[in-house]
Write a protein that binds this ligand. Structure first.
Ligand SMILES: NC(=O)C1=CN([C@@H]2O[C@H](COP(=O)(O)OP(=O)(O)OC[C@H]3O[C@@H](n4cnc5c(N)ncnc54)[C@H](O)[C@@H]3O)[C@@H](O)[C@H]2O)[C@H](O)CC1
Ligand SMILES: [K+]
Length: 215
């Protein structure tokens, strides 16, 4: 049974890797995006119309970087942005700048989500801290109403990564690319129902500063 971690452990390992070891947060974000991008290509989905639904935390930054990787590959992709870009994290602000360089369209039309063939869920990851409401809930309901295949980044948005509980409303994903280690909440019945196939991405974050040898 491979290791699964809590939100607090994920945040602690993240901070240790950045602040003590010295790997920049943006490098971790790029590796998270590349792992998710490769899983999307390997999952062999219909990539005719991809919509990345992103908020302004680092989960959103991961998704905006995935959008750029898809755009460079010649795939029709747009970003449905939730929240105020002026309040984005530094890493997500940088990803928005890069996405702008590649002229990736940003939409606020929920119909674009409903009509997508693949949706990337980059709304909330381990930073989810309260019940999902308002525009965030509207976007998650649109994602779940779509016929599209849905790929969640790190945690299906709306799921508490410690307990697997749905905080108001949560994305039901076909697959989830989760960073570093699986999350204990995704091993629960409800967590599994929302995560779909879970891919664990090695992005350079390890509990003991190195990748543990497979048991
Ligand atoms: N740990 C790793 O290995 C890496 C993780 N990455 C990604 O970063 C996210 C965590 O990012 P963070 O900015 O801490 O939080 P989120 O993006 O998950 O959440 C966004 C933001 O939203 C606010 N918020 C919380 N709950 C609600 C709510 N119910 N309604 C509205 N807004 C809410 C809160 O302020 C949060 O900060 C992790 O999951 C990974 O995807 C790194 O990119 C790579 C390494
Ligand atoms: K997510």
């Amino acid at each position: 049974m491979s290791k699964a971690i809590t939100i607090a452990e994920a945040q602690r390992y993240d901070a240790h890797t950045i602040d003590v070891i010295g790997i920049p947060a943006l490098v971790l974000m790029e590796r998270a995006a590349l792992a998710t991008f490769n899983n999307i290509l390997n999952d062999d989905f219909d990539l005719t119309r991809v919509v990345v639904v992103a908020a302004t935390g680092n989960n959103g930054g991961d998704g905006i970087a995935v959008a750029r990787l898809l755009k460079i590959r010649g795939i029709d992709v747009e970003i449905y942005l939730l929240g105020d870009p002026a309040k984005a994290t530094p890493q997500t602000t940088q990803q928005l700048k890069i996405a702008n360089y590649y002229n990736i369209p940003i939409t606020s039309d929920l119909n674009h989500i409903v009509n997508a063939t693949v949706i990337v869920d980059a709304i909330f990851g381990v930073g989810l801290s309260r019940a999902v409401t308002g525009k965030f809930a509207d976007a998650i309901n649109a994602i779940n109403a779509a016929d599209a295949k849905t790929v969640a980044i790190d945690v299906p948005s709306g799921i508490n990564a410690d307990t697997g509980d749905v905080l108001g409303v949560a994305v039901v994903a076909d697959s989830t690319t989760t960073m570093a280690y699986n999350k204990i909440g995704l091993l629960t019945t409800v967590g599994k129902q929302h995560a779909g196939t879970v891919h664990v991405a090695d992005i350079g974050i390890y509990a003991q500063d190195r990748l543990e040898h497979a048991r």
